[in-house]
Design a protein around this ligand. Structure first.
Ligand code: SF4
Length: 272
């Protein structure tokens, strides 16, 4: 397994201030640090541009406009971009992607120099070793529960940064059973942490597709709140019928879970 270097650079796509639109911290003003690189292929992915690593400039949405920068940024450089994006007082930093856990050294490095800012980590919940390596550096984990029916074939990251930076080498789950093991290990890690689980509900699925995910959550981390997120239609994927949402809510409640239904609020508001 890769060693973790706290100063490791990572490829960034953009840094911008906005409002958190998903999960337990919905509505919170944050600065988003979007990292490139993801070996997964969710059918409803709304950031496929993150699959391209280090080839396009990073966009830094500062108070004086958008600046294009070299995408490979050290934690220190990323912090200067965060400072330029913050409208006034320090904000929570949302580390998102892509799959940010491809770059745990960068997350640790940023955690070491972030000052008073809290750190909110978005992850697919597929890489438990990487998650374990950064958990002490993040204040909240928002972990996706992925139905394996929604996942395309894994595409391993094969990139190298200017100083030899490589993505985390942990294997991504490829089968239903591998997904189950990775999911349960990730849930065990966050069971006593500030965290939430998110489940994206899309059309053409039935409650039986989601039940194994709900059961894993109920068995491994029952106190973690669950947010059901009706998919925002994209790339041929349609929003679910309200009755499916209701049925999944009842399945979650039957298992003793705390469940909320929250659509992507930033999309509703028309903000980034
Ligand atoms: S894990 Fe995130 S970035 Fe990767 S394919 Fe899924 S939605 Fe897209």
């Amino acid at each position: 397994m890769d060693a973790i270097h706290d100063s490791a650079a990572a490829p960034l796509i953009e840094v911008f201030a906005s409002i958190q639109g998903e999960g337990a911290w919905v509505g919170e003003p944050q600065v988003f640090v979007r990292l490139a690189g993801c070996p997964l292929r969710c059918s409803w992915c709304d950031t496929p541009e993150s699959w391209v690593v280090g080839k396009n400039p990073a966009k830094v949405h500062g108070l004086k406009g958008v600046e294009e920068q070299d995408p490979w940024a050290s934690p220190f450089i990323a912090l200067t971009w965060i400072l330029s994006a913050e409208p006034r007082e320090p904000r929570t930093i949302s580390i998102t992607g892509g799959e940010p856990l491809m770059w745990p050294g960068f997350i640790r490095g940023l955690g070491n120099i972030k000052g008073p800012r809290r750190v909110h980590l978005e992850t697919a919940g597929a890489h438990p070793e990487a998650l374990a390596s950064v958990l002490d550096m993040v204040d909240h984990v928002s972990l996706d529960l992925k139905p394996d029916q929604d996942m395309g074939p894994v595409v391993p990251l094969d990139v190298e940064g200017p100083l030899g930076e490589r993505p985390w080498g942990e294997e991504s789950p490829k089968s239903s059973e591998e997904w189950r093991l990775a999911r349960r290990r990730c849930l065990a890690l966050i069971a006593d942490h500030d965290a939430c689980a998110k489940l994206i509900i899309s059309a053409d699925r039935g409650t039986q597709d989601y039940l194994p995910l709900l059961e894993d959550l109920a068995q491994v981390a029952p106190q973690i709140p669950l947010f059901l997120q009706p998919v925002t239609p994209c790339r041929g994927i349609s929003a679910p019928d309200p009755s499916l949402l209701t049925d999944v809510v009842e399945d979650a409640r039957d298992l003793g879970l705390t469940v909320r239904v929250v659509p992507q609020v930033h999309k509703t508001l028309g903000i980034q």
